[in-house]
Design a protein around this ligand. Structure first.
Ligand code: FAD
Ligand code: EPU
Length: 338
């Protein structure tokens, strides 16, 4: 394990923010991590576990040790008549893992194709897209408690998954390194193609027989046309979560904004698209210094080159305030601020 000092994190975050880390270690095994935790020099240092850096905004240099997870390995753990349990190490690239499952004809994760980042970060915010969230397929995860080095397993209910939420983003923030995740996948697909443009895209692709691969290809096609590629334009996907408001708040909101799209939830609350709210406030496509709200997806804030984390954060605060002032609705960041 090589530990570097005072290195730039520019190539380790998709927002392409140029801040430094006091120390940086790439860990390839649990042993590497144990060794790091035992080192006297690092014991009192703040630790930040990093995956692909695609859901993080650095607003300042990190005065501690950044631990880049590079654990690898994908394996089938067990199977029964209907399901196959697949374990993936935290450092596997999420999309490569999804493709691995598709190649083995294992269904469930195809709607989550092309989400950037690594497997270990997926439970952090219960990643989701096109009507599927990982909690629908998640069996358990293995973690290491940073303070003690103890190994702990978390079953689905213990992760307290919610919309872009989990126990690891809240009560246990920065307390565990997730080392591997096991998913229960289906031998017989239960396709979920009702969301958004999936059906239309499958028609355009002239798909007659639905397959796991075809759904994945459709999702990839939609995502590639809608979301900016972080390799070309720094971003971290949706900067804010879609606000979920009470039935009463929604009734008042929709009477004033009858054209707003909305998604009623099972518990009576209603999800309102933050992208629409932000667009209505005039931010879509607006360039502010080196940053801005993307021209085809207002919810995605971008770095046009050389932006600081604080510049992006200030833009986010200004957007948040204008949505609050115009609609009385609070939008909260999805991205992890460091
Ligand atoms: P990082 O950004 O490295 O880390 C995110 C958080 O997790 C940090 O707090 C970090 O400390 C913590 N963390 C990372 N790895 C570990 C670990 N092994 N153990 C403990 N903590 C850890 N998200 C969606 O849900 N749906 C989408 O459709 C989606 N689309 C996106 C599109 C684009 C273009 C981009 C850039 C992002 C998108 N995202 C989406 C957000 C992002 O891809 C996910 O949140 C992803 O899971 C982040 O993975 P990562 O490895 O890059 O995490
Ligand atoms: N909209 C606008 N203007 C915009 C953007 C969106 O009016 O500039 C409207 C759309 O017309 C649509 C609604 O908002 O009616 C929803 O838009 P879209 O389908 O593009 O999805 P989203 O709510 O903006 C969410 C996730 C994405 C995920 C997609 C597909 C959140 C915060 N974002 O985006 O996840 O890929 O749905 O499922 O839930 C991420 O988390 O980083 C992310 C990209």
């Amino acid at each position: 394990m090589i530990i570097s000092e005072n290195i730039s994190l520019l190539r380790y975050n998709t927002f392409q923010i140029d801040v430094a880390a006091k120390y940086f270690a790439e860990i390839k095994s649990e042993n590497d991590f144990s060794e790091l935790l035992r080192e006297e020099k690092f014991r009192s240092q703040q630790k930040l576990i990093l995956g692909g850096g695609s859901n993080i905004l650095f607003t300042k240099s990190f005065d501690g040790i950044v631990v880049k997870n590079s654990f690898t390995g994908i394996s089938i753990v067990k199977e029964d008549e209907n399901c196959v349990w697949v374990r993936a190490a935290a450092g596997e690239v999420w999309h490569q893992f999804v493709l691995w499952c598709i190649e083995k004809n294992l269904a469930g994760l195809e709607n989550l194709s092309l989400i950037p980042g690594q497997v270990g970060a997926a439970p952090m915010q219960n990643i989701g897209a096109y009507g599927v969230e990982i909690r629908d397929l998640f069996d358990e995860l293995e973690a290491i408690e940073i303070a003690t080095g103890e190994k702990v397993n978390f079953k689905n209910a213990e992760c307290e998954f919610g919309y872009r939420e989990s126990v690891f983003k809240n009560k246990f923030k920065n307390q565990f390194l997730i080392s591997a995740v096991t998913f229960r996948l289906n031998k017989i697909p239960k396709f979920n193609v009702n969301y958004g443009d999936i059906k239309m895209t499958l028609d355009e692709m002239r798909v007659n027989d639905l397959t796991i691969k075809a759904v994945s290809d459709a999702v990839i096609k939609i995502r590639s046309s809608k979301l900016p590629d972080p390799k070309v334009l720094g971003n971290a996907g949706s900067f804010f979560k879609n606000p979920v408001i009470s039935k009463e708040e929604f009734e008042s909101f929709i009477s004033k904004n009858p054209l707003a799209n909305n998604y009623p939830q099972k518990d009576g609350t209603v999800k309102v698209p933050a992208g629409w709210l932000i667009e209505q406030c005039g931010w879509k496509g607006k360039v502010v210094g080196n940053t801005g709200s993307h021209k085809s997806q207002a919810l995605v804030l971008v770095n046009y080159g050389g932006a600081t984390g604080n510049e992006v954060y200030q833009l986010a605060l200004d957007i948040q305030k204008s949505v609050q002032d115009k609609f009385g609705v609070t939008i909260q960041p999805e991205v992890n601020l460091v």
